[in-house]
Design a protein around this ligand. Structure first.
Ligand SMILES: [Zn+2]
Ligand SMILES: [Zn+2]
Length: 184
C-alpha cells in the first residue's frame, strides 16, 4: 500500500497567497474531493477507508496532534486549503466569532454606517458555525419604515437604504405609499 502522505502530497497544488495575511505564504489548494462545506476530504487508509479533513491530516502529520477540545481554524480563510501552517487550533467560540473573510475587513455597512461596537449586532451561528455582523442603524430604519408603511404613513427617506425589505417595495398586501412609488 502506498503511504498515506505520498497519496496526500499529489492531491494539492500551490495556490495563491492570502491577501489579508501575505506572511502566511501560499495556500495548498486541494484538487481532490471536498465535502459539502468545502473542506478537503482525504481517505487516510486508501479506498474505502474513513474520510478525514485534509487540513487535519496535514496538521497531524507535519505539526502535531490537535489539543483536546480545540478545533483547527483556517487563518487563510480558505476552507479547502490543506497547508498545515495555515491552520491554528482554537476553541470553538474563537472559531465562531471570526466574521466571514469577505466581510471581515469592512468597517461600514452597505449603507455607510460604521460598524462600531454599539452599532453592531451579531447574528448566527450559520450552518457553518459563523456569526455575521448586522448594522443596528439599518435595522432601526427598516423597522421604523415598516411600521410607517403599516400605518399608512410616508416612509422616512432622510436615511435611504440601498436594500429595502419587500414590504417597503409595495408588494401586494402592502398599502401603496407615494414615497415608495417615487423611489421605484
Ligand atoms: Zn491556506
Ligand atoms: Zn447600516
Amino acid at each position: 500500500m502506498i503511504e498515506p502522505i505520498l497519496r496526500f502530497m499529489v492531491k494539492f497544488d500551490l495556490g495563491s497567497i492570502p491577501v489579508h495575511n501575505p506572511s502566511l505564504g501560499p495556500c495548498w489548494e486541494w484538487n481532490a474531493g471536498k465535502n459539502h462545506q468545502g473542506y478537503a476530504k482525504f481517505r487516510e487508509g486508501g479506498r474505502g477507508s474513513r474520510t478525514v479533513h485534509g487540513h487535519c491530516f496535514a496538521y497531524e502529520y507535519f505539526v502535531g496532534e490537535v489539543p483536546d477540545g480545540l478545533q483547527l481554524d483556517h487563518q487563510c480563510d480558505n476552507k479547502s486549503c490543506v497547508n498545515p501552517w495555515h491552520v491554528k487550533p482554537v476553541t470553538g467560540s474563537e472559531n465562531v466569532f471570526r466574521a466571514p473573510h469577505r466581510h471581515r475587513n469592512k468597517t461600514h455597512c452597505a449603507n455607510g454606517h460604521e460598524y462600531t461596537e454599539e452599532n453592531t449586532s451579531w447574528v448566527g451561528p450559520s450552518k457553518f458555525g459563523r456569526f455575521q455582523r448586522h448594522c443596528r442603524t439599518c435595522h432601526r430604519i427598516r423597522e421604523r419604515n415598516k411600521y410607517r408603511v403599516e400605518m399608512g404613513l410616508p416612509v422616512d427617506t432622510s436615511e435611504r437604504l440601498r436594500e429595502y425589505p419587500k414590504v417597503l417595495r409595495g408588494n401586494p398586501g402592502t398599502p401603496q405609499n407615494p414615497e415608495i412609488d417615487r423611489m421605484q
